[in-house]
Design a protein around this ligand. Structure first.
Ligand SMILES: [Zn+2]
Length: 210
């Protein structure tokens, strides 16, 4: 989810993890095996946000699962296919994040499935293609929250504040943080829908539309 899926650091907030970093892959697999029982159909016992409707560009339903693994105090998400090939979003440490940010991470990770990122070769870490994928997922996520969940400016500000805090905690420079929030803000202000953007990306990539 956020920024930048393939950074070789511990899970970054909202950045999905299809990382080549060995430690991260171990984490992903462990999380898959232990957490799928906690599927979120609504607000769950732990008070986490309900998982959104999500299917990928091939029409496969994406499942969400939660764990407390990952870096303590840092909410994160990963968009991957599990060992059986099923598309999943793994949530970690969501209880550490404000509800609005939980909702954002879920939709950001879902967008990596919706745009086909998960099934494509991973672009170079923090290269332009990678950053573009992250910007697209951020944009899809914030527009879904605006159009489907009624997010206004106060909720947007909560997402931006949580994102800023987590990125700073991870060690991203202010320039990266500001750039990301600028992109989010522009997407939020633009009346185009998440669906419009997903369609555009899939068409550019020559991928099937759902
Ligand atoms: Zn991402």
């Amino acid at each position: 989810m956020t920024g930048y899926r393939k950074i070789g650091r511990p899970l970054s907030a909202a950045w999905s993890c299809r990382s080549g970093a060995a430690g991260m892959m171990v984490l992903c697999l462990v999380a898959v095996s232990s957490a799928l029982a906690q599927q979120d159909g609504s607000v769950n016992a732990a008070g986490l946000a309900a998982a959104p409707v999500c299917s990928n560009n091939k029409g496969e339903q994406v499942e969400f699962s939660s764990s407390d693994r990952g870096r303590p105090g840092l909410a994160a998400g990963m968009a991957i296919r599990d060992a059986s090939g099923k598309p999943v979003v793994l949530r970690s440490n969501f209880a550490a994040a404000p509800r609005e940010f939980q909702q954002f991470i879920d939709r950001h990770e879902c967008a990596h499935h919706q745009t086909g990122d998960v099934d494509r070769p991973h672009p170079a870490r923090n290269g332009p293609d990678h950053l573009m994928n992250e910007s697209v997922s951020d944009c899809v996520a914030i527009r879904r929250l605006r159009d489907e969940e009624g997010f206004g400016k106060p909720s947007f500000d909560k997402v931006a504040a949580a994102l800023r805090a987590d990125m700073a905690k991870i060690g991203f420079p202010e320039s990266s943080i500001a750039s990301r929030i600028r992109n989010l803000s522009g997407c939020f202000a633009n009346p185009a829908s998440a669906h419009d953007l997903i369609t555009q990306v899939l068409q550019q990539r020559g991928l099937p539309l759902p």
